[in-house]
Design a protein around this ligand. Structure first.
Ligand SMILES: Nc1ncnc2c1ncn2[C@@H]1O[C@H](COP(=O)(O)OP(=O)(O)OP(=O)(O)O)[C@@H](O)[C@H]1O
Ligand SMILES: [Mg+2]
Length: 352
């Protein structure tokens, strides 16, 4: 399908997914060898998005199994369509009346019905859930098993069976073997260790936060209306924040949100650096304690904090005109007057 990792990377770029060359090699291998690909890493680094973009780039349908605690076979594999079965029985009622005529006890009636094939347990009455749907699809699909670490280990065993054997047994019907081979992508947030047996069957890749250059490219693709230098400033802020011991580091999607917010804010409010900062932090951080820590460090109250602020891009970047988003954010001095007016102008340019 994809001749090389480079072809794959280009196809993904066509779907606005920016992939590291090393990551592209692993994804390419997974597609070429048709091996499941297990992606682990922090929230919001593009694990789920990879599966979606891969499906779009490969012209395949995406079949998604969202995992959660308590996920069972009925949601993952198949269920019987009771409503349809009931309708079928009602249509058979007259015929069943004839069939049961002459029986006097329930036991007799039940025995006679059992001997008869009412056709209720056939593929027609099966509701395939994502795992079976992926195997039964005549056209190969991309099967995304998202957040597999949220399920219990029993679900892993079922997954293993499906992935390893490429088949599913339905007791009433028999065994279905795969009609096509899906590309399987499993994602995990590392909330628990996955079983070695599952890992053994997969190619594994640890997805990490991108370099600032790559993140700027990602955000510019996803929020093309925002001026590149606004994006670069927000990416730099996110990079600094990720170095702090936060409960939750800003994810790429939050950087995208913050960049959009910076652009909008630049348009709507002049010279309010506090507002710029407050909005960016609201988009990037989701815990009060993280916010307090970030403000303390970035404002530079106290020796260590000043150090963080001083060697950060915010201060370094202040050699650029003070009227940038980073200027607005970095320790008041370069920033406090008219800081976001410049951001506003740049944002306006970018939004055109
Ligand atoms: N490499 C990338 N190229 C383009 N966009 C990306 C990339 N990585 C992340 N994104 C953007 O970040 C958003 C979040 O990514 P995604 O939902 O895939 O994260 P995740 O790793 O699955 O996180 P979680 O573990 O919280 O589910 C995507 O919707 C997309 O807009
Ligand atoms: Mg995800």
């Amino acid at each position: 399908m994809f001749d090389s990792p480079e072809t794959l990377a280009e196809a993904l770029a066509g779907e606005d997914y920016v992939i590291d060359p090393e990551f592209a090699v692993v994804v390419h291998l997974a597609t070429a060898l048709e091996r499941p690909l297990l992606l682990e890493g922090p929230a919001g680094v593009g694990k789920t998005e990879l599966a979606k973009s891969l499906a779009a780039a490969g012209g395949r349908r995406l079949v998604r199994l969202q995992c959660y605690e308590g996920l069972d076979d009925g949601r993952a594999l198949y269920e019987w369509d009771y409503g349809k079965q009931l309708m079928h029985v009602q249509m058979l009622r007259d015929r069943i009346g004839e069939l049961l005529s002459g029986t006097t006890t329930m036991a007799q009636a039940s025995a006679r019905l059992r001997a008869e094939d009412t056709g209720l347990y056939t593929e027609d009455f099966l509701l395939p859930r994502p795992l079976l749907e992926a195997l039964l699809s005549p056209e190969p699909v991309v099967l995304l098993v998202d957040e597999v670490d949220r399920t219990e280990e029993s679900m892993e065993a079922l997954l293993l069976e499906v992935l390893a054997e490429g088949q599913v047994t339905v007791p009433e019907i028999g065994t279905f073997t795969a009609r096509s081979t899906p590309w399987v992508v499993l994602t995990s947030n590392d909330t628990r260790e996955l079983s070695p047996a599952l890992k053994r069957r997969c190619l594994h890749y640890q997805v990490a936060f991108p370099t600032p250059e790559r993140e700027t490219e990602i955000v510019s693709r996803r929020a093309p209306a925002v001026a590149t230098d606004v994006v670069a400033d927000v990416v730099e802020l996110a990079r600094r924040l990720r170095e702090l011991p936060l409960r939750k580091s800003p994810s790429i999607s939050e950087v995208i949100d913050a960049s959009r917010a910076a652009a909008v804010l630049g348009l709507e409010s002049a010279g309010e650096s506090e507002k710029v900062r407050s909005t960016l932090l609201a988009a990037l951080l989701k815990y009060g304690s993280d916010r307090e820590l970030a403000i303390a460090r970035l404002d530079g109250d106290g020796g260590a904090a000043v150090e963080v602020a001083e060697d950060s891009g915010w201060v370094r970047r202040s050699s650029r005109p003070a009227d940038t988003t980073s200027g607005a954010f970095g320790k008041g001095r370069a920033a406090s007057t008219g800081g976001s007016a410049g951001a506003r102008d740049r944002a306006r340019r970018g939004l055109r």
